[in-house]
Design a protein around this ligand. Structure first.
Ligand code: PFF
Length: 453
């Protein structure tokens, strides 16, 4: 199939927005703050940033080089690069991983959209954290709401993806990302003018070395990969829609810096707000629903602020679900020759079937499951796909580029457009040795501890 039939990004700017949109998601605004909060703040945040650049960026380069040089999605890309090998199975693992992540991600994304709707209905005035917890418990216990919001989110995602790359994904990112940025800046301005801004800043940036644990190190690495959408071929797929002449090194760095800045800005919003009402930042995944939901009343224009906060989360989640769905659709289009429209609806509806048990599992523990120790279906899919498969995939991608395809070939692909890649020997060393080894240690530790990071 020719590049023209597959679609392509119309501009490098559009590609950067779409790829940054994939990276910036619930991982930044939901997972990052509560994980940082659980691991004591400052030191963990510094480790996370270190891993983004030491491990995440090298893997990002690896994925973009594979996609851009082959101009096709992962399974077909591996077939092109090493015919008659088992490497295409790595692409298959990515498709499976994307399917799993999309199924539980759309449940939480649906909840954020529902909360944005609550704000429009004026629900956030006059409630404290206890009442907010009660409301949350009622929602997750309602099968109709839970299934409904997940369905709605998948539907909107499919409506964008069916329109293709330039006319769907790029267009959506071009509209949504600036709104996301403006929403975030409004919230940062609000949070930094709260009397507890200093406390929030200190929590995020003051390294408390006694808080560092091995589990914290592992979770920082896992978060770096998840946040940059690495390990399942999303960046291979997006890179394949970018013309070969484009400046890949600059694009990759922009995406990584952008994604990290957004996570830090999200932390700058959430921590000062938490300290305003004396809430502890270690409340786990329910932080943004239960705890944040009860905080807006302490601010002027509570419902407007809540709308901006949950609207921001919904937008961030949407540009990520789009990329998750696209990985699977691209596989069916490139490898199986399906029409995009048919592939989109088939994948979205089967993913919805898998989202249903996740949506219902939250109600079983009457709480966002990982608040409690009890593991529900959503947690299991999250742990399996969002942690193990993703991490395993990232490790194999490094081994592929470092040892099979070769650093030389990958650098040639990256520099194809005439844009020099900086620090090639460093990158080669990281991809061949540091990344696979670090990820291996992470996987073994995760497997032995049964950690959900
Ligand atoms: N990077 C997204 C986030 O931080 O929420 C999650 C994600 C999207 C992971 C797409 C993997 C992926 F392919």
């Amino acid at each position: 199939m020719s590049t023209l039939d597959r679609g392509k990004f119309n501009s490098r700017f559009g590609f950067i927005l779409a790829a940054a949109g994939s990276a910036i998601g619930l991982g930044n605004i939901w997972r990052f703050p509560y994980t940082a909060g659980t691991h004591g703040g400052g030191a963990w945040v510094i480790m996370y940033i270190g891993f983004v650049f030491l491990i995440g960026v090298p893997v990002l380069f690896a994925e973009l080089s594979i996609g851009n040089s082959t101009q096709t999605s992962p399974v077909t890309a591996f077939k092109k690069l090493v015919p008659n090998s088992w490497w295409p199975a790595l692409g298959g693992l990515g498709v499976l991983t994307g399917f799993g992540i999309l199924s539980f991600y759309s449940v939480i994304a649906g909840l954020t959209a529902m909360y944005a709707g609550f704000a429009i209905g004026g629900k956030f005035g006059g409630i404290d954290i206890a009442q907010s917890g009660e409301i949350f418990g009622q929602i997750v216990a309602s099968p109709v709401w839970m299934i409904g919001v997940s369905f709605g989110f998948l539907l909107v995602t499919a409506l964008v993806v069916r329109k293709g790359i330039g006319g769907g994904i790029e267009k959506a990112a071009t509209w949504l990302m600036p709104i996301l940025f403006v929403f975030l800046l409004i919230l940062v301005a609000r949070a930094l003018t709260l009397p507890t801004a200093g406390e929030g800043l200190a929590f995020m940036f003051k390294p408390q070395l006694d808080e560092i644990s091995f589990q914290g190190i592992v979770s920082a690495l896992g978060q770096a990969l998840f946040s940059l959408s690495l390990g399942m071929g999303a960046m291979i797929t997006y890179g394949s829609y970018l013309p070969k002449e484009e400046n890949l090194p600059a694009s990759a760095m922009t995406i990584a810096v952008f994604d990290t800045c957004i996570a830090i800005l999200a932390g700058l919003v959430i921590f000062p707000a938490l300290f305003l009402v004396g809430a502890e930042p270690d409340k786990g995944p329910g932080l943004i629903f239960v705890v944040m939901g009860g905080i807006f009343d302490a601010m002027p224009a509570s419902n407007l602020m809540a709308f901006i906060f949950y609207g921001l989360l919904s937008i961030a989640a949407l540009t990520s679900t789009i990329s998750l769905l696209e990985v699977i659709v691209a596989y069916l289009v490139d490898e199986r020759g399906w029409r995009r429209e048919r592939a989109t609806w088939a994948v979205a509806s089967s993913c919805f079937a898998l989202a249903v048990p996740s949506a219902l599992s939250l109600g079983a523990s009457a709480s966002l499951s990982r608040i409690t120790e009890k593991k529900g279906f959503l947690d299991i899919v999250d742990m399996l796909c969002g942690t193990y498969f993703l991490t395993f995939g990232a490790m194999l991608i490094c081994i592929f580029v470092g040892w099979k395809w070769g650093i030389k070939a990958a650098v040639a692909a990256i520099e194809h457009g005439g844009h020099k890649m900086p620090a090639v020997p460093v990158w080669g060393f990281l991809v061949r040795y540091v990344c696979p080894l670090a990820i291996f240690v992470l996987l073994i530790y995760g497997a032995t501890q049964g950690a959900n990071w």
